[in-house]
Design a protein around this ligand. Structure first.
Ligand code: NAD
Length: 340
């Protein structure tokens, strides 16, 4: 069995070196809004760590990057503890892996609610950065980056410059304390226009919408953030005591009623065939959507089943991200653009 195997010194050294590289890439990505390698290369390295640890569980220490949500809290911002934890997502890179994941989750859910078909919330995976909006009595009290999932960075003044995010919720029925999780992003059209403007002014262009969004939100001076065309879609919920909805999709409807922006691409599906169809469709539409996507997120819609499936130290067991294969041509174009 894997647990009997003791890693050799060479394996330990290789694992430690890979973990160190993953930490450096994360530091650049989350704290400096810079990609030192492509996402595909990063995912490859991360997968390598996971495979070594599956073979030699002794390597899976609590400080391994596989056990942590990426991103330290920068000294530039005030650290704020999230009322409830924020997580990352488990990745799969092929449709076979996705099918196996869905079958496993269906079997686990079947033990909780037998004879009830599972409903799958299917969403575009927005390529931006995660934000936690805390509303107290319907008023935006603070906005915090994901950070390491436990503690994030306070960026309230910057988030207040994003017009689409309501300072005060409309309607009624919101919990006294509500955590709205979402993705801050730059729409593809806005990104092109912004770069065209920079080009016109003879300034350096922004490398890609994701890093541009991250760099724009994490500014010391909110006036700088205000100059950037940031947007947000809500895609999750943290603290919500007293919320009437029984499912995430229902919650999105409530969020819309409260004036929060929610993605137009979310649908509820039943079964793997519908999920595969959705993935094929979104893959085709990929470059004509409002924003860049790096995959599709599939979530168990029912809150009761989400609760029963729970979380690992890094990800929910009730959701998975299917990542699209890397696009060579697109990456090359981006590289050229960076160097203009
Ligand atoms: P992730 O991006 O794979 O998935 C988790 C995040 O997805 C969530 O925190 C959330 O913010 C976001 N998300 C977008 N749409 C969503 C939706 N509809 N529902 C729920 N969540 C949604 O995980 P991560 O831990 O943030 O980052 C890891 C990924 O970041 C890597 O796979 C890699 O692609 C990239 N990365 C790249 C580098 C690099 O150097 N190029 C370095 C670090 C990370």
């Amino acid at each position: 069995t894997p647990s009997d195997q003791v890693p050799s010194a060479a394996v330990r050294a290789h694992h430690a070196e890979t973990a160190q590289r993953v930490r450096e890439y994360r530091q650049a990505y989350y704290n400096e809004a810079t990609s030192l390698v492509s996402d595909a290369e990063f995912d490859q390295l991360f997968g390598e760590l996971e495979r070594w640890e599956a073979r030699y569980p002794a390597l899976m220490t609590s400080d391994s990057p596989t056990q942590e949500v990426g991103g330290d809290v920068s000294a530039m911002f005030t650290p704020v503890k999230h009322p409830t934890r924020m997580y990352s997502l488990e990745d799969v890179f092929s449709l076979e892996e996705l099918r196996a994941w869905v079958e496993r989750a269906t079997a686990q859910a079947g033990q909780i609610t037998p004879n009830q078909p599972l409903r799958w919330l299917s969403e575009a995976k927005i390529d931006g950065l995660a934000i936690n909006l805390i509303y107290r009595d319907g008023v935006l009290a603070s906005a915090v980056t994901r950070g390491d999932g436990v503690t994030g960075e306070e960026v309230t003044a910057n988030v207040l410059t994003i017009k689409e995010i309501p300072r005060r919720l409309s309607g009624s029925g919101w919990p006294a304390q509500l955590e709205v999780r979402g993705e801050v992003f730059i729409a593809s059209k806005d990104f092109e226009a912004f770069n065209a403007k920079l080009r016109g002014e003879g300034k350096a262009e922004l490398a890609n919408p994701r890093n541009a969004a991250a760099g724009s939100l994490r500014q010391k001076d909110p006036a700088k953030t205000a100059e950037r065309p940031l947007r947000m879609f809500a895609h999750g919920i943290g603290e919500r005591e007293g919320l009437s909805a029984a499912s995430q999709f229902e919650t999105y409807q409530l969020m819309r009623d409260w004036g929060l922006p929610v993605s137009p691409y979310n649908v509820v599906l039943e079964g793997i065939d519908q999920i595969l169809e959705y993935i094929a469709e979104k893959g085709q539409e990929r470059h004509t959507l409002v924003h860049e996507i790096d995959g599709i997120v599939i979530k168990v819609d029912s809150f009761a089943i989400q609760r029963a499936l729970g979380y690992t130290s890094r990800v929910p067991r009730w959701a998975v991200a299917y990542k699209f294969p890397p696009e060579e041509v697109h990456t090359e174009l981006l590289d050229i653009r960076v160097n203009v």
